[in-house]
Design a protein around this ligand. Structure first.
Ligand code: ARG
Length: 620
């Protein structure tokens, strides 16, 4: 042990794989000259334990570029790479592969360093204020699965970035302003509906009614739809059509009055918001996401910022008048971004510009992240470019700002078409969540009937709490485990199963580890590491990657990297548990080392699940 130089986690990765990549990248640069340019160190986990833990395959490509013998190049790389504190003497195999085995002492020491509350996760090197735009429901409309995805993904991104030391602000950019809301307000008032007795289902129906009326003469919108313009842009184009219908004219009048501060309208408008938010709060409570009224930051909160945005764009010559409308030209595309309509009205994009302005110039954000449906890609591309043109790509402190659309795909039904959650049918969002909770609870309750189950004898309340964690964990994992931009099929049977690529599978693996540790019942926090079996080594090496995985998820804004990693951990744990006895280990030291390994795996699993917003019950 003494021979091993100390790791300093802040400056050097704990993860042997990362260290090997860094070391070989430097060695390639040293010996390769020009040929080294753009060369990947090509460090891969070994396919077979007899080849060591890792392989470096870079010598072959480099030799080709240098016109040299690959085995000679491999030897030069080994000579140039200082690995004495990390690996046994590297072995050249076949045409020039380098086999690498991590020194037991180095592995043990790295595991010691990792075994703290932080689990080896280091803070971001440049943390700052990050705004996460999530949920984004529309007032008077039923929350749909897209808003569910936005909430789940946004909440997970917020957790990940918080974990790395950023000051995260969740903002719910409520659709509570503009023509659509004026339409429904007008519709309800015209019909004389009592707004005190209304619920979201009625509101949603009124919304559809209003929209249907407004669409009667909406010619020429097919083109907009074909270009995948978002719902707002389509609504706006509708509003712009010549010869707007009477209902749209009335809605436009209502909007003007609302914007002008008409008392009675304001009062009714607030009612619509309250009704909507009650339903949203109900869904976020069921989901146990961190989202409450304090995160509301609706479109209406920008109403006084819109004119200043326009003035800034005009004064800086960033926008110009085109056929009566104000537009920002995009350098690399034909279609400009419309920021003020001919009739003087503002748009969804204008509000989003005002939001970027506030987030970067007042809140001081260095990252603004939008967890929003992929179908709004064009909208965000235009808005982000316009914001940069306006000078808001740099925040008030002169720090560059990253504007990022964390786009997600659609949730599909069994027919492979976008899942519809509609009021009046049995598939509202809320009923979907209730069903998941009921399925989780049924599964957990049934398992508890077996005398050998760790949940046997728990009371109804305890079982319900576990069942709820399982049902909601199932939904969240299904949402977060795949690449978010891809569509996925909502299949409740598959999602709640304890086997397969599911949330409950990971939760169950965690609960099993808890059982083992309960049986172990001893404090192993200081026990020396054994880690001799190949399955133990593999598990340990995987654990040491945790820091790197969390950072990769944060940098790419892809929670699925964490999900995939946790699944690898659970599988490696299974392999270990099958190959090695824990309680019946050959010696006391070995038993303690293995219990300590179980404990560290359990904590990484729980921590990773927490970053996905998934609870990890101790018994299942
Ligand atoms: N209300 C919008 C919708 O339902 C989503 C809002 C997304 N956030 C934003 N800043 N535009 O499509």
């Amino acid at each position: 042990m003494e021979a091993v130089a100390s790791y300093t986690p802040a400056s050097m990765s704990l993860d042997p794989e990362t260290r090997l990549k860094d070391t070989f990248a430097a060695a390639i640069a040293t010996i390769g000259g020009d040929a080294a340019h753009g060369m990947d160190p090509a460090i891969r986990p070994s396919g077979k334990p007899e080849f060591g833990d890792f392989q470096c395959n870079a010598a072959l490509g480099l030799a080709k570029k240098m016109g040299a013998n690959p085995r000679d190049v491999a030897q030069s790389l080994i000579d140039a790479a200082d690995l004495s504190d990390l690996c046994e003497t590297p072995v050249i195999a076949g045409p020039g592969f380098i086999n690498l085995t991590v020194l037991p002492a180095a592995l043990q020491q790295a595991m010691d360093v990792m075994d703290t509350e932080a689990l080896g996760v280091t803070p971001d090197s440049d943390p700052g204020v990050v705004v996460i735009d999530l949920c984004g429901v529309n007032v008077a409309k039923q929350m749909h699965v897209g808003h569910l995805r936005s909430t789940i993904i946004g909440d997970s991104l917020a957790r990940i970035l918080t974990r790395l030391g950023n000051d995260v602000r969740r903002e719910n950019h409520l659709g509570d302003w503009g023509l659509p809301i004026a339409m429904v307000l007008h519709e309800l008032r015209a019909a004389g509906v009592d707004l005190d007795a209304i619920n979201l289902t009625d509101l949603d129906a009124a919304y559809r009614e209003a929209q249907a009326k407004a669409k009667l003469d909406a010619a020429g919108l097919d083109a907009a739809r074909a270009r995948h313009s978002g719902p707002h842009r389509i609504a706006e184009l509708e509003a712009q059509n010549e010869g707007a219908s009477a209902s749209r004219a009335a809605a436009a009048e209502t909007l003007v009055a609302l914007q002008g501060g008409d008392e009675a309208l304001r009062h009714d408008w607030q009612k619509l918001i309250d009704v909507t938010m009650t339903a949203v709060q109900d869904a976020s409570d069921k989901l146990s996401v961190t989202l409450g009224p304090e995160h509301n930051c609706g479109e209406s909160t920008y109403r006084d910022d819109l004119q200043p945005v326009i003035t800034h764009l005009e004064e800086g010559n960033f926008a110009h008048v085109d056929d009566g409308a104000l537009v920002v030209d995009m350098p690399d595309r034909e279609r400009p971004l419309l920021v003020r309509k001919r009739d003087g009205g503002f748009l969804y994009a204008t509000t989003d510009l005002a939001a970027i302005r506030r987030r970067t110039q007042q809140t001081g954000a260095i990252r603004c992240i939008y967890a929003v449906d992929a179908r709004q890609r064009d909208h965000f591309r235009d808005v982000f470019d316009a914001a940069r043109i306006a000078g808001w790509g740099v925040n008030a402190d002169g720090h560059d700002v990253e504007l990022h659309h964390a786009a997600f795909g659609s949730v599909l039904g069994p027919d492979k078409r976008p899942l519809k959650t509609r009021s009046g049918t049995n598939a509202t969002l809320s009923s979907l969540l209730d069903e998941a909770i009921a399925r989780g609870t049924a599964e957990v309750t049934e398992r508890s009937l077996r005398a050998s189950s760790p949940t046997h004898g728990l009371d109804h309340t305890a079982l319900a709490a576990i069942g709820r964690a399982v049902g909601i964990g199932a939904i969240k994992y299904a949402d977060l485990s795949g690449d978010a931009v891809k569509d996925y099929v909502f299949d409740m049977d598959r999602m709640v199963a304890f086997e397969g690529d599911t949330g409950p599978y990971l939760q169950y693996a965690h609960a099993r580890m808890c059982s083992i540790l309960r049986k172990g019942g001893e404090d192993v926090s200081e026990s020396p590491w054994g880690l001799e079996d190949v399955t133990e080594r593999r598990l340990a090496l995987l654990l040491l990657r945790y820091d790197q995985v969390v950072h990769a998820a944060a940098a790419s804004l892809q929670p699925h990297r964490i999900a995939g990693y946790l699944r690898e951990i659970a599988e490696a744990f299974s392999a270990f548990y099958q190959a090695c006895s824990v309680m019946q280990a050959e010696s006391d030291d070995l038993r303690r080392s293995r219990l300590r390994l179980c404990d560290l795996v359990r904590r990484v699993l729980a921590d990773g699940l927490q970053l996905l917003g998934i609870d990890a019950p101790e018994r299942m």
